[in-house]
Ligand binder design. Structure first.
Ligand code: URA
Ligand code: SF4
Length: 204
């Protein structure tokens, strides 16, 4: 199990995307519509890393184009980070879900699936060579920093990663959508924006 054997020799975003479309490194490709590879500038200086594609992303084939993507866009705009200047991807490239009638409900990828998919993330980082990574939620953070990392303890701060590129961790935008009421949601959004402003300051 694992994506290693599918990684092409030549690392370009085009060759990676093409190869990832045929990845069978774990069982998630079987039920999903397609591989949702990262998207954005070849030489973007910041790479945003989410968890896995959601229902919309699975259908459209692009990361963060659904409800979580709207929250992300709102946050980036408030922090004055142009979405066109970033590369956006996920820790896991296929949508994991359970069927509930006609609906497909998001299910968190397990640690083996996250590990299986990590070679793609690593190859994207090596190819784009951003100056900063933004870890959106626990799955992205744990993919790069291990299971003991706690976003709540480190959010908004610059931390080193084993890939040699520093990162800022924050919450996943979907957690803001799940806030129990309007006040909690506003507070969560303000904290998310504060973390993205810290990203902006790092970029200078
Ligand atoms: N959530 C993610 O983590 N990634 C997406 O691409 C969409 C929703
Ligand atoms: Fe390959 Fe990742 Fe999809 Fe698993 S989730 S099949 S490792 S691309």
């Amino acid at each position: 199990m694992g994506a290693e054997e599918f990684i092409p020799d030549q690392l370009t975003l085009e060759s990676l995307r093409e190869a990832a479309s045929g990845c069978r490194g774990c069982d998630l490709w079987e039920d999903a519509t397609q591989t949702v590879f990262g998207d954005g500038g070849k030489h973007a200086n910041v790479m945003l890393i989410g968890e896995q594609p959601g229902d919309r992303e699975d259908i459209e084939g692009k990361p963060f184009v659904g409800p979580a993507g709207r929250i992300l866009d709102e946050g980036l705009e408030a922090a004055q980070i142009a979405r066109t200047s970033v590369y956006v991807t996920n820790a896991v490239k296929h949508f994991r879900f359970t069927r509930r009638g006609k609906r497909r409900l998001h299910e968190k990828p397990n640690s083996q699936q996250v590990r299986a998919c990590r070679p793609w993330l690593q190859a994207e980082v090596e190819t784009v060579r951003p100056s900063l990574l933004v870890l959106l939620g626990a799955t992205a953070a744990q993919s790069l920093l291990g299971p003991t990392f706690r976003v709540t303890q480190h959010r908004g701060k610059v931390i080193p990663t084993p890939l040699g590129i520093p990162a800022v961790a924050t919450v996943h935008p979907s957690s803001i959508l799940r806030a129990p009421d309007g006040a909690a949601r506003e507070e969560a959004m303000a904290a998310f924006i504060a973390d993205l402003r810290s990203v902006k300051r790092q970029l200078g």
